[in-house]
Design a protein around this ligand. Structure first.
Ligand SMILES: Nc1nc2c(ncn2[C@@H]2O[C@H](COP(=O)(O)OP(=O)(O)OP(=O)(O)O)[C@@H](O)[C@H]2O)c(=O)[nH]1
Ligand SMILES: [Mg+2]
Length: 365
């Protein structure tokens, strides 16, 4: 049976085809097949319809001819643009944040993850509610009274604000629990090593290899949405350390999600060492790497010592070029988390870092 049940047209920026290709993968994660990529020039964005009238006409005809289910814009649209485009194309319209939110919604498994996603979705819906309210305010001014419709919208708006407030309180309580766990960890003196990187880079596969865990891995984006921490043994001198698998990063992560997942994402600040995983077989990995560096900076974790891991070496065609790669993108380890080739070298590098740390500490005393 074909698991891809819906079809879409992707409207992407002509100048950044790599993010449009990534959108294809994001849609695949939601079982949506992209039929056509519709490149546009995003240099001149129309506030009303996002794209020019001529392009819009072309897009509408294409959607009609192909009988597609939805049109996805590989960018963030305003509420007005979504409303206008839906009307003018007579097709369901989605933007990049909406797609990422939907993926997060389908993936969240823990209580905290679910609340975080719901909070992000509500925040995303706010402009829609405010807009509806404004449209109604104008009508009300004209007619001169309060209609039942307005009351309904006001109630919806109030309910949403109340829900947002409740979710925030629940998240605070869950954050407290996490803090207690963290304090326990700090008391235990175990070193914490976080695994960070772009989505689908192989973080969970590496986490499993280091901890002998069985975290689900998949060739889909955003498979892991929660931070998971487990013990892993390194050697007899250093003993065990804690490894943390984390949520993957992506370009243009919706700000509502960053805001809602702040608690989870910020856990990385407490790491003693960060392993940055990149999929070296992906031609776009330099872009992924710069997103990871920027995200770590945003999370105030860029000062933490790190090891760069060039993963999926088994799929990397030019192993002989590895030295120039290191020169260009930074020193690191070429390995395969899947076949575990290079894993002993990685462990040794971690051990060296830990020993350096404790030498430094004892020199300080
Ligand atoms: N060939 C090859 N495949 C790998 C390697 N490491 C991971 N994979 C595959 O890449 C896909 C993604 O791996 P995951 O470990 O789920 O990646 P992740 O970074 O945790 O992804 P998210 O949680 O979705 O952000 C899976 O299909 C893995 O089997 C590797 O070294 N070589
Ligand atoms: Mg994962």
């Amino acid at each position: 049976m074909n698991k891809l049940t819906k079809t879409a047209i992707i409207v992407g920026d002509r100048n950044t085809p790599e993010t449009t290709n990534e959108m294809e993968l994001l849609l695949k994660t939601l079982h949506i097949e992209s039929e056509v990529i519709f490149p546009v020039d995003l240099g001149k964005i129309s506030p009303a319809n996002f794209i020019s009238k001529g392009k819009l006409e072309e897009l509408r005809n294409l959607a009609l001819a192909l009988k597609i289910d939805l049109i996805v814009f590989d960018d963030e649209l305003s509420y007005t643009q979504i409303r206008n485009l839906t009307k003018l194309t007579n097709t369901v319209i989605a933007d990049r944040p909406r797609i990422i939110l939907d993926i997060f919604a389908s993936r969240a498994t823990t209580k905290e993850g679910k609340i975080q996603v719901e909070l992000a979705i509500l925040r995303k819906r706010l402009p829609e509610i405010v807009h509806q309210n404004k449209a109604y305010d104008q009508q009300v001014g004209f007619i001169g009274g309060k209609g039942p419709g307005e009351r309904k919208i006001e109630i919806t708006r109030r309910t949403i604000y109340q829900k947002i407030h409740q979710f925030k309180i629940q998240l605070k309580a869950l954050e407290k629990q996490r803090k207690t766990k963290r304090d326990k960890r700090l008391d235990s003196d175990l070193i914490l090593i976080s695994i960070a990187g772009y989505t689908n880079a192989g973080k969970s596969t590496l986490f499993n290899a280091l901890t002998r865990e069985h975290t689900p891995t998949d060739d889909l984006l955003f498979h892991t949405l929660e931070t998971k921490t487990r013990k892993g043994f390194l050697n007899n001198t250093v003993g065990s350390v804690l490894f943390s698998d984390t949520v993957g990063f992506i370009r243009k992560l919706p700000h509502e999600l960053v805001e809602a997942f702040k608690g989870t994402l910020e856990e990385i600040q407490f790491a003693d060492l960060i392993m940055i995983v990149v999929d070296v077989s992906d031609p776009d990995f330099p872009l992924h790497l710069s997103t990871v560096h920027q995200t770590l900076k945003d999370l105030k974790a860029d000062h933490i010592d790190s090891i760069l891991i060039y993963n999926k070496a088994d799929l990397y065609p030019e192993k002989t070029n590895f030295n120039s790669l290191l020169k260009q993108h930074g020193d690191g380890i070429l390995m395969s988390a899947l076949s575990q080739e290079g894993l002993p070298e990685l462990k040794q590098k971690i051990i060296n870092k830990i020993e350096d740390r404790s030498n430094k500490k004892s020199n300080e005393i």
